[in-house]
Design a binder for this molecule. Sequence first.
Ligand code: 13P
Length: 250
Amino acid sequence: MRKKIVAGNWKMNTTYEEGEKLVQGIIEKKSEVKGDVTLIVAPPFTHLCCFAEPLGKAGIGISAQNCASHESGAYTGEVSAAMLASIDVHYCILGHSERREYYGETNNILLEKVKLALKHNLTPIFCIGEKLGEREAGKQFDVVKGQLQAVVCQLPAADFEKIIVAYEPVWAIGTGKTATAAQAQEVHAYIRKVLADTFGDAANRTPILYGGSCNPTTAPELFGQPDIDGGLIGGASLKPADFISVAKGF
Ligand code: 13P
């Protein structure tokens, strides 16, 4: 049995006060979600320190949306994995397509980030996915394979066991165009096969989340697929009722 996970990626949204209300709303509604579903919230850096305690007490995981590719030192504006660990953050989203696209994060940079996150006991939620043109050219399998081989497949087997993978087709992010359950399942099964080629049976234990316009309406069919173990939710994670409804899709 794999873990079932629903994680909310808030991206660059919410002032501190708005974030506090959102966290409170999620905590209040958490009991509506089945007990075997792990909820994770990924607010902006500025909110992490104050939200770690209430979320932890409520049994909800807290994640950063990024960390530095260096251990420490003269890197103005960066936040290290060690800093995140020191305030009881347990997860870190890495490789999101917005980071790859707007901040030039290459596979090499992402491998360094993943290694540092693991070194400091943060669980990476490692994002992969093809762009629209790549999907139209039928290259989605090659793209995700390349992204996995350059980063996740480079890890020692013991570290691989700690990873969460998120498949986020770029054309589905923020567009309202959810991948169909069949499209997502096809790629999830392929991702698991690529991982199994390197890590064998351990790939059957890796949670693979779907992300991209996942909402309360589309979640149940997606989460019903054999290789979809939950979701990484953007827009629908910004309202407690929507986020909890998505998690009730299990
Ligand atoms: P949306 O759910 O807004 O499409 O965003 C998905 C995403 O990028 C989560 O990381």
